[in-house]
Design a binder for this molecule. Structure first.
Ligand SMILES: Cc1cc2nc3c(=O)[nH]c(=O)nc-3n(C[C@H](O)[C@H](O)[C@H](O)COP(=O)(O)OP(=O)(O)OC[C@H]3O[C@@H](n4cnc5c(N)ncnc54)[C@H](O)[C@@H]3O)c2cc1C
Length: 409
């Protein structure tokens, strides 16, 4: 039997970051993962946005930033919109290497990592306070008695299921078929590419470059009437994709689920804090989850040691997230219903509206007006925007100011 202050379940970005923060605060911290090796298999497109760097609890070492991304190109109905700089720039990372580095940082801070250790059961009181946790290890079932549990166990959270919540992935998550590919002829190797159309029901398809000739390529869906494998075939047969992947070779399958809607309404139940994908903390519309998981995981770890040593309430976690990333989550949350609403009845107009929203040309507050417009009015709005450089410059400026404002608040 193991007794600890903080038990972190999951050693992904959220869990390792939480374990690191809890251990740095002096809490006796154990973090477990059912995997044999941290970071494997990779189920990710490996893109990170630079705009979130100021909110990270540490600096990412340069050697982990593998490929620079200068901007993004978004495509629908044969219209391409390009955005550069500000919130559109970032890097490609290698998730296996990145996740391992982060777990090592937690271990260096004093947290104990137990791999091949799967949480399988909990003793939980009616007020959601967990008194005991059962984990399956190579040597049989072990008991862990923690004061606080940080649920960083991903989109299909065992902890939430054991608490009695009905988690139906098809209702609150999207599935992504993704591959790492090499031998590509990328149009613009320093740009993310996003594609919207019938081939990606309610979601989008993507090419996220990792070098001049390699990239993560995939397609997601939030509605499952069509077989996603067929959607993928449709996508890779678009002329604009075909010419880039003609000689392409699949290196690895990187598919997986990503949360879109909130599976539960709170981030704190009894002595449990939810973080990362278990708490749907990715930022929409691009479902960017790696850096938000690290930032929120860190806040969960800090909240838990402050609860143990300073008797500060665990509910402070919610406020700390609001104070740190609230600006981004407000915008992101307002997109969730719109994504389902527009994706439910996919048509060319809907794809164009999403193109405008994803590229920040249209504002979410105009959605009721936009859905009334006909196809050509929406298309003209986008085309006019595309040819108006001054407006592009102003939009970038507004985005930068918004980020600055969020930082100084
Ligand atoms: C195909 C795909 C592409 C993506 N691309 C991007 C991208 O380009 N950029 C981006 O920012 N985000 C991307 N995301 C999202 C991103 O991968 C996640 O948001 C991020 O991994 C969340 O981190 P996490 O630590 O919360 O969860 P995870 O990384 O899922 O880690 C959870 C960990 O918990 C462990 N675990 C689960 N249950 C148990 C249990 N019962 N006992 C013990 N351990 C357990 C798992 O083994 C896992 O290691 C993508 C997601 C998918 C599916």
């Amino acid at each position: 039997m193991i007794e600890c202050d903080v038990l972190v379940v999951g050693a992904g970005p959220a869990g390792s970051s939480a374990a690191r923060a809890a251990a740095r605060g002096g809490a006796k911290t154990v973090f477990i993962d059912k995997k044999k090796e941290v970071g494997i298999p990779v189920q990710c497109a490996e893109g990170i946005g630079k705009y979130l760097f100021p909110y990270l609890p540490f600096k990412i070492p340069k050697h982990l930033l593998k490929w620079k991304i200068d901007g993004i190109s978004l495509w629908a109905e044969d219209i391409t919109i390009e955005r550069t700089g500000g919130i559109w720039s970032g890097y490609s990372i290698n998730r296996d290497e990145f996740d391992k580095w982060l777990a090592e940082e937690a271990v260096k801070s004093g947290a104990k990592l137990m791999l091949e250790t799967e949480l399988v059961d909990i003793d939980v009181r009616e007020d959601y306070n967990v008194t005991k946790v059962m984990v399956k290890t190579q040597k049989g079932i072990k008991k862990i008695i923690p004061k606080v549990i940080i649920a960083a166990d991903g989109v299909d959270s065992t902890i939430l299921k054991l608490l009695g919540f009905d988690l139906n992935l098809e209702k609150y998550a999207g599935y992504v078929i993704g591959y790492k590919m090499k031998n590509l002829k990328l149009k613009n190797p320093n740009y993310y590419q996003i594609y919207l159309g019938d081939f990606a029901p309610g979601a989008y398809a993507y090419i996220f470059p990792k070098s001049y000739t390699s990239a993560n390529l995939g397609i997601g869906a939030i509605f499952f009437d069509k077989k996603l494998e067929d959607c993928y075939e449709e996508f890779i047969n678009l002329p604009v994709i075909k010419e880039q992947i003609y000689d392409g070779v699949v290196v690895e399958n990187r598919s997986g689920w990503a949360p879109i809607r909130y599976p539960v309404t709170d981030l704190n139940y009894g002595n449990i804090l939810l973080t990362g994908d278990a708490a749907n903390q990715n930022i929409k519309p691009f479902i960017e989850g790696i850096l938000p998981a690290i930032i929120c995981g860190d806040l969960a770890g800090k909240t838990s040691w402050k609860f143990i040593y300073n008797k500060e309430p665990l509910t402070n976690y919610i406020k700390s997230i609001r104070d740190t990333l609230g600006f981004f989550y407000k915008e992101s949350d307002s997109l969730i219903d719109v994504l389902y609403r527009l994706g439910k009845f996919p048509d060319s107009r809907g794809h164009l509206i999403r193109l405008g929203l994803f590229s920040n040309i249209f504002s979410i507050s105009d959605i009721n007006k936009l859905v009334e417009y006909d196809y050509y009015t929406i298309k003209n709005n986008l085309l006019n925007y595309n040819s108006n450089r001054m407006r592009k410059f102003m939009n970038n400026l507004i985005e930068r100011l918004a980020i600055l404002y969020a930082k100084i608040r």
